[in-house]
Design a protein around this ligand. Structure first.
Ligand code: HEC
Length: 230
């Protein structure tokens, strides 16, 4: 009995020594890696050559025609011969994501939401707003902002109508903040939409709201007769 125990004890000792070795001893052999996991793998190292690509470079150049987001947009003359011309010639003088703490960048005046579009509301800005709204908001809020976008059919039931009294009375700054940071189940669109585009969207949204809540008094008198005919 005791003999059997001793034999097992001796075998265990040899096995442990074989696996862990004499710790502290120097060796020229490669270290034993029981679980190498992802320590050694093919990867691109910054600024290092790589044979994987034909030109031998590891880091790749951006694809031709890549438009940087959050920097100055191409001006009209530069975009004429590219596909960007197809989406309009609107160019922002200071295209950027939120940077400052002023009304333009946060929608806040002091501690409160401010109101007013801090850009000149031109036909061009409205057109840009319409285009951006249709791209980034309409699938949820609907083309007329009535809360009936296509996602509703696929189960996104909590989308609100932006035609409600509450939304019509909501300050521009608060809407700016909702676009930038999201609200409840609506995710933040700040990382996707540059600051001037957010204001363009709000300007267009205001036009949508007016279009759905117009009174006869909003129509110039000499145009009212035309309305009756239609
Ligand atoms: C993926 C769907 C989706 C998209 C895209 C989307 N929204 Fe929303 N939005 C929602 C949902 C859902 C709510 C309701 C959030 C809640 O209160 O539960 C909402 C709420 C709002 C509100 C009301 C916030 C409040 O205070 O009650 C505003 C304003 C708004 N969205 C504006 C926009 C604008 C402008 C865009 C385009 C830049 C946009 N949304 C894009 C889903 C979306």
């Amino acid at each position: 009995m005791l003999r059997g125990f001793l034999v097992i004890f001796l075998l265990c000792t040899i096995a442990i020594l074989a696996v862990f070795g004499f710790r502290g001893q120097t060796s020229t052999g490669p270290p034993l890696e029981l679980f190498p996991d992802m320590v050694r793998q093919m990867k691109v190292r910054a600024q290092a050559p790589l044979n994987f690509f034909a030109d031998g470079r590891g880091p790749r150049l951006p694809v031709a025609g890549t438009v940087p987001i959050g920097y100055e947009m191409p001006t009209k003359s530069e975009t004429l011969n590219t596909s960007a011309a197809a989406i309009g010639s609107y160019s922002h003088p200071h295209a950027s994501f939120s940077a400052g703490t002023d009304y333009y960048n946060t929608g806040k005046m002091g501690d409160h939401w401010g109101t007013g579009i801090p850009l000149e509301v031109t036909r061009e800005l409205m057109g840009r707003g319409q285009q951006r709204f249709n791209i980034t908001c309409a699938m949820c809020h609907g083309a007329a902002a009535a809360g009936n976008g296509i996602t509703k059919q696929y189960g996104l039931a909590t989308v609100v109508s932006l035609q409600d009294e509450r939304m019509r009375k909501m300050s521009d700054g608060e809407i700016f903040n909702t676009i930038t940071n999201g609200k409840n189940t609506m995710m933040a669109y700040g990382p996707n939409i540059i600051v001037p585009d957010r204001w363009a969207i709000i300007a267009y949204l205001r036009a949508l709201q007016r279009s759905q809540n117009a009174a006869i008094a909003d129509v110039p008198e000499d145009h009212r007769a035309q309305l009756d005919k239609q």
